[in-house]
Design a protein around this ligand. Structure first.
Ligand code: NAP
Length: 450
């Protein structure tokens, strides 16, 4: 059950539903932010008077385009491409591209909306946007993926630029796809504009730690939440979902901090490995061979088991880190986690926890880190990549990692202190929403009605 939206926010939300029919994930993301803004708007009524919320909830530009491509047998396929340029009050539109069959406008808008506030929390000069396609890379050859990326960029390039709109990766878009997209952008424009995409390879404009940043950052965020409670990660049992970029690097950082990660998953099931996930093997299976988690279990030699049905959150743990996709941790999962004694949950993925599950966790006193704070390390390191591209520098791994750690500490403190200041102590959801919204709203207000 969701708290009632206060006063003037209720009609504003009703209007958002009317104008964006069928976009459930976008409704969910918008409602979650609006529900927490009451205390800020009481202090800053000018945001309501100047219709700043309405202006932030309406994307500056929404692009939908056809992406035709040919498979290895010569068959023609047609996919749909999206880019939602949501808000550029703080800097160029910035946010990843997702290639997954579930992608539609509502999903891209929820991700773009979240991205506005996440990017604001980093304190860096980046606006919010997101894009992608309903293309399914699973089972496609590298040549097919390349042809798809080239076709996608052949339309999208005209909307991009290092000062305009700077995409990166997300589900289904990793280093390989960024390479194909960058190659086609360079070819069409005849420009080596390194800052137009982030997540590039280290030899051609990429930043150290960008690949690791989202997963590393989300574990650093958990470590900060535990620190203020007088605890640390050492010796904790951690459950992680997913086995992609974010999940694998979260596992890596959790192990570095002395915890044991006992689960991972993909859309075929989840793995329980009581000895701790073997990261090298997982990387080989998922990244190099693009296989399934069942292959991991087969090669782990009896140390791990595969569960094909049910939820990874059934596995008892102290810390939970959902790192696969939206709405993957439900109310009943949260009840199970609480019953099993979980103390901290942080969203490595975007909006993986349903609103009902968040409520269960919060009411049980579990430290809960929302995605727009906990997984902001990825986009923050993308901004560091843009900074290095602009100055033609390449930082060492240590320097980039130290910057990431500083940024995650800053985001944690900002959310923690904002929640405290607005009489919501320990509520990182309210802290993140209020701090992120206020930064964007100030800029929107200052820049006039545009
Ligand atoms: P990824 O490398 O493509 O991995 C995605 C993982 O999630 C895979 O294990 C995938 O399993 C699983 N998954 C995806 N959709 C699923 C579904 N519907 N049901 C069950 N499992 C599913 O993607 P990623 O970059 O790690 O992104 C994971 C999450 O983190 C997303 O929510 C993304 O928006 C968020 N995020 C990513 C970044 C970043 O820097 N990459 C930054 C901030 C937030 P299969 O292989 O079976 O599909």
């Amino acid at each position: 059950m969701s708290p009632v939206l206060e006063g003037q926010l209720e009609p504003l939300y009703a209007e958002l539903l009317r104008r964006n029919p069928g976009e459930e994930e976008f409704h969910q993301a918008a409602r979650e932010v609006l529900e927490t803004l009451g205390p800020l708007l009481a202090k800053r009524p000018e945001f309501l008077e100047a219709k700043v919320i309405e202006r932030i909830c309406e994307p500056e530009r929404q692009l939908i385009f056809r992406v035709p491509w040919t498979d290895d047998s010569g068959q023609v396929h047609v996919n749909r491409g999206f880019r939602v340029e949501f808000n550029s009050a703080l800097g160029p539109f910035k946010g990843g591209l997702r290639f997954h069959p579930s992608v539609n406008l509502g999903i891209v808008k929820f991700l773009g909306f979240e991205q506005i506030f996440k990017n604001a929390l980093t304190g860096m000069s980046i606006g919010g946007g997101k894009g992608g396609s309903d293309f399914d890379p699973k089972g496609r050859s590298a040549n097919e993926v390349m042809r798809f990326c080239q076709s996608f960029m052949t339309e999208l390039y005209r909307h991009l630029g290092e000062h305009t709109d700077v995409p990166a990766g997300d589900i289904g878009v990793g280093g390989r796809e960024i390479g194909y997209l960058f190659g086609q952008y360079r070819r069409i424009t005849n420009r080596y504009e390194a800052g137009v995409l982030t997540g590039k390879g280290l030899g051609w404009g990429g930043s150290q730690v960008r690949t690791e940043a989202t997963g590393y950052g989300s574990v650093l965020f958990i470590a900060e939440m535990l620190r203020v409670r007088g605890e640390d990660m050492d010796g904790h049992r951690v459950a992680v979902s997913g086995s992609g970029n974010v999940a694998r690097h979260a596992i890596d950082k959790a192990h570095q901090l002395g915890a044991t990660v006992i689960t991972c998953s993909d859309s075929s099931g989840y793995v329980v490995d009581e000895k701790g996930i073997d990261l090298e093997l997982l990387h080989q299976v998922k990244e190099v061979e693009r296989g399934r988690v069942g292959d991991y279990v087969e090669r782990r030699g009896g140390a791990a088991r595969l569960v094909e049905q049910g939820s990874v959150w059934q596995v008892p743990c102290d810390v939970a880190l959902p790192a696969a996709t939206q709405n993957e941790l439900t109310e009943s999962d949260a009840v199970t986690l609480v019953r099993n004694g979980v103390t901290a949950v942080a969203e490595g993925a975007n909006m993986p926890t349903t609103p009902e599950a968040v409520r269960v966790l919060r009411e049980a006193g579990v430290a809960f880190g929302p995605g727009k704070a906990a997984n902001a390390g990825g986009v923050a390191t993308s901004a560091l990549e843009m900074r290095q591209n602009a100055s033609r520098e390449s930082w060492s791994f240590e320097r980039a990692e130290e910057q990431l750690a500083q940024i995650m500490r800053h985001i944690h403190t900002l959310c923690h202190d904002t929640a405290q200041r607005y009489d919501r102590p320990g509520d990182y959801v309210a802290g993140a929403n209020i701090a992120g919204f206020e930064a964007v709203a100030e800029a929107v207000l200052a820049q006039g009605v545009i």
